[in-house]
Design a protein around this ligand. Structure first.
Ligand code: ADP
Ligand code: MG
Length: 697
């Protein structure tokens, strides 16, 4: 037990700064540090020493292999393992790992989605070491975090653009801070992702073809008890789940992941884990690892961890809250209201930049959380609506309004606020007024972006947030750098910006229909599904934004759009085919048998007592007959929809899958779910929602 004390196991599988300081030569350690802090290139000799020490350290921890660990466009991580062995010429082996192998890899990567950026005949993609992320050991392999790009340098992964966006955000934020007399080296975005998930028993899972193939249930009648009693949220954790959570924490701690909070969530079988926030690059690696480790640890406890956004209809699905803030390398949080006039002016400028950016790039933020799974949640009164807005809370909104109107901002002192000259009234940290319906809530010193789906990589939303912020800060820096009267210019800029973009601020209930109408009046976007969202992805504004800040070229962006659209079609196609398979090979035979048995029962009873009342059975037979016809009709229609031509390009195909195939799936599901409620439990071929949701006891 003692062996697993958090402080003794924490980071034990990570080649972190502490290990480097102890194991590397002073020169090598300093060169690495300079590379990370100032972006200076590493010399090959340094890479050689680094590689040799990484290998020795990894072998001390039982590793035999190394892998470049990267994050292709599939949204999960990829790895290809090579052992350290090399022949020594005498029939024995040496253990080797060179600087070249550390720095660069060439996975034969022709099968990763590239959206047309890399033709299969020139299959090579390159992985390149990211020295800003620590290497670690997983399953006996030394994992080296890398970026993944094509022969000509185009990004084929999710990490490259994230790093580009971080660099640009820092550059622009440093420019702005200089205007306030602050000389900082770097600004980083800090991210704390809260991860929701479901746990179900593996034996029950194994009997659901839909869960195995698609990660969600495609059928399932509403159980008698769902989340109505709200007795699961923050409830006592069952021993089996507690054992899983304990082991999960330990595994994450070993990987240097600051797993901090764990609790039961709203739906039965649903839970959450939140780490302490880290810089965006680390947070992204760690979230990927967390999802992977959750699945592995669950398997050891004979459970399955479901990360799908909507495993079960009728109860809450799972999301991921992306808490995001900006901090200087001196540890100052730029979204924390300060106490002096200058600090508050700076805070308001960053706030104004954020508000402007979110308003101008609503569609982009919406696209960044678009995937087929999330379509089931957004706007379904369990997660934020599909409309982007910002919650500021009453105090901050009152200040914003006062600035816009130039009126007295505090009742007590009746004074107008001159930015850069006066202090703000205190803005309470993290008010008790936690509006859970807002997609983007200010929570005292950070923004909580609540629209992410539980299975998604957090890179997309963070690339969007970073780049948008970089753009607005660059505009502000341009406007203020030449100003003669800095405070006056600052005041006007903040006021004019807030005035122009106040429509994006909404503190009310985002679940109400009234908000949809109000948002429409304000001219806010309401992109209700992935396909509609992606329809806005390649608009000129987005292309300009990303190319101006070197985050994506137009070609890279178009490739990504293609990948997302294709992914949408694939996912819906797999779901539809799975439904058809389940209906034709299991559900139809089962209900047909059941209705046959019911009919035989009636005939047998009538043979004994011709005038026996068999009304209920006859009624059941009629309903079964009607529903079976409806089901098979819907099944045929779905098959026909899948067989028909889908359109001339990826967008048209996705549109077809959304409005024809998905609609057909919904019709099929409704007939099947109704059949489930009138078929004998023992004859239904799949575990019910009750069996699934309450499977972990
Ligand atoms: P809640 O569920 O009440 O929103 P949690 O404690 O579950 O809060 O999660 C909050 C997350 O926000 C944690 O990951 C936390 O580390 C993170 N966080 C706290 N401060 C910041 C910050 N300044 N920047 C980014 N993330 C932060
Ligand atoms: Mg939480």
């Amino acid at each position: 037990m003692c062996d697993n004390k958090p402080d003794s196991i924490f980071g034990s599988l990570v080649f972190n700064e502490d290990v480097m300081r102890r194991r590397l030569s002073n020169t090598c350690y300093r060169a690495w540090k300079q590379c990370v802090e100032e972006g200076t290139p590493l010399r090959l000799e340094t890479a050689h020493e680094m590689a040799a020490e990484m290998k020795n350290w990894a072998m001390d921890h039982g590793a035999t292999h190394f892998t470049h660990w990267f994050q292709p466009m599939t949204g999960v991580t990829a790895e290809k393992h090579d052992s350290f062995i090399a022949p020594d010429g005498t029939g024995r082996v040496l253990m080797q790992f060179s600087g070249k192998e550390l720095v660069r890899g060439e996975p034969d990567a022709s099968s990763f989605p590239s959206g047309g950026l890399r033709a299969t005949f020139e299959a090579r993609g390159y992985t390149a070491w990211d020295p800003t992320a620590f290497a670690f050991i997983k399953d006996g392999s030394l994992c080296i975090p890398t970026i993944f790009c094509s022969y000509s340098g185009q990004a084929l992964d999710k990490k490259t653009p994230l790093l580009r966006s971080l660099e640009e955000l820092s550059r622009q934020a440093v420019r702005v801070l200089k205007l306030f007399g602050m000389d900082v080296g770097k600004v980083v975005s800090q991210v704390g992702p809260e991860q929701e998930y479901f746990l179900i028993d593996k034996d029950v899972y194994n009997r659901r073809e839909d869960l195995i193939l698609t990660g969600r249930t495609l059928f399932g009648a509403k159980p008698p008890k769902g989340q109505e009693l709200e007795d699961h949220y923050f409830g006592t954790i069952k021993p089996r789940v507690a054992a899983f959570m304990r082991e999960l924490d330990e595994e994450l701690w070993k990987l240097g992941i600051l797993a901090k909070t764990k609790h039961n969530e709203v739906a039965p079988g649903q839970h959450e884990l939140a780490p302490i926030y880290a810089d965006a690059n680390t947070a992204c690696d760690h979230n990927q690892l967390t999802m992977e480790v959750m699945k592995k640890v669950a398997a050891r406890h004979n459970m399955v961890c479901l990360l799908h956004e909507k495993p079960f209809a009728g109860v809450n699905g799972s999301g991921k809250h992306n808490n995001w803030s900006l901090a200087t390398d001196t540890g100052l949080n730029l979204f924390k209201p300060g106490s002096t006039p200058s600090q508050n002016a700076r805070f308001l400028l960053f706030l104004a930049a954020f508000i402007k950016g979110v308003d101008e790039y609503q569609d982009l933020l919406r696209c960044s959380v678009a995937n087929p799974g999330n379509d089931h949640r957004l706007g379904a009164q369990e997660a934020p609506p599909a409309i982007i807005s910002i919650f500021l809370g009453d105090e901050l909104t009152a200040i914003v309004n006062a600035i816009i109107q130039g009126t007295a901002y505090v009742d007590t002192c009746k004074k107008t606020l001159s930015i850069g000259v006066d202090s703000l009234p205190p803005i309470p940290q993290d008010t008790t007024d936690r509006n859970r319906t807002s997609p983007l809530a200010f929570t005292g010193n950070k923004f909580e972006f609540r629209m992410l789906g539980s299975s998604q990589s957090i890179t997309g939303p963070n690339i969007a947030l970073n780049t948008i912020m970089a753009e607005e800060l660059s505009q502000f820096a341009d406007a203020l750098e030449g100003a003669e009267d800095f405070n006056g210019a600052l005041h006007d800029l903040i006021r004019d910006t807030l005035r122009a973009h106040q429509r994006i601020i909404f503190n009310g209930n985002g679940y109400e229909d009234a908000w949809i109408q109000e948002a429409e009046k304000r001219g806010l976007s309401n992109l209700t599904c992935t396909v509609d969202a992606l329809g806005t992805y390649l608009q000129p504004k987005h292309i300009e934004l990303f190319s101006k800040h070197w985050v994506f070229t137009e070609e890279e962006l178009a490739a990504r759009n293609e990948i997302h659209l294709e992914n949408y079609c694939e996912v819906i196609g797999i779901e539809a085919r799975t439904m058809i398979d389940m209906v034709k090979r299991s559900i139809f035979p089962a209900v047909s048998r059941f209705s046959g048995a019911t009919a035989s029962g009636v005939a047998a009873k009538r043979a004994v007592l011709p005038d026996l009342d068999c009304g209920p059975e006859e009624e059941l037979l009629r309903r079964l007959g009607a529903l079976i016809s409806r089901m098979m009709g819907a099944c045929k229609a779905l098959e026909d929809a899948l067989a028909a031509p889908k359109g001339k390009d990826a967008y048209e195909a996705a549109h077809y899958f959304r409005y024809r195939v998905f609609a057909g799936m919904t019709a099929l599901r409704s007939a099947v779910d109704e059949l489930e409620t009138i078929t004998a439990a023992e004859d239904w071929p799949y575990p019910s929602y009750t069996d699934l949701l309450f499977s972990v006891r």
